[in-house]
Design a protein around this ligand. Sequence first.
Ligand code: DHB
Ligand code: FE
Length: 286
Amino acid sequence: MASIIGGIGSTHVPSIGKAIADKKQNDPYWKPFFMGFDYVHDWLTREKPDVAVIFYNDHGLNFFLDKLPTFAVGAAAEYRSEDEGWGIPVARAVPGDPALSWHLINALVADEFDVTMCQEMLIDHAVTIPMTLMWPNEKWPVRIVPVAINTVQHPLPSLARCLKLGRSIGRALGSYPADLRIMVVGTGGLSHQLDGKRAGFINKEFDQLCLDKIVNEPEALASYSIRDWVDASGAQGVEFLNWMAMRGALTGRVSQLHRNYHIPISNTAAATVVLENAGQEARKAA
Ligand code: DHB
Ligand code: FE
């Protein structure tokens, strides 16, 4: 049986890719951010996941304003990065796991999540930056299943809906017969706004609340409306929808193993968390 080992929340700010390419990890601006990944590297080395289910938002690469699915699940054998700019070197392609993707798609549709299924899917910085941060120096050792959540064109799915989407995926992962170690990732956020009158907006207090509640009280965050979330977290702070889905997929007893928060990275409050998922057996034994 598959087991869900834990979840990682990570920002996906594109300029991180440029900082890595320019080897700026130890510059004073970047160090407090990159240091937050030392723990992540140790955890990944210890836990050795086979697959990562990655909740992210597409930034106009696969889906534009003319056609924008609320939820889209990748079912490709490989995902190529075609980010169109940001000065980051084009990242490598990432292998998929079509059998697991179809298992998830079947379970989601049976569970009344009518997702868009993508046998071809491109990935952008919202996938490649967290991958590069998690495994900076090696061949990426996981296959991925990308799950795109619309955080771009309103109406967006609610926080509660994304938590439920994650829970549905968590149940489906738990019933997958292959003996895989699966991690879940939520990318983006935390507070930021890239344009308009409040460009550069960051809300440290609200971010801390999110980081506290995501561990064991995600329902407290699920009751916010999208409008209130934009007020509190900025227009692009809604990328936290990806974190809600990641948290929902953790079906065991959850503990926070690691947290780092640093402002700003580019225009964004950059947070990194590692959540451990004590599975069903561990829960029974506890
Ligand atoms: C930035 C943040 C994002 O989430 C993004 O997708 C692009 C840029 C930024 O802060 O620069
Ligand atoms: Fe983004």
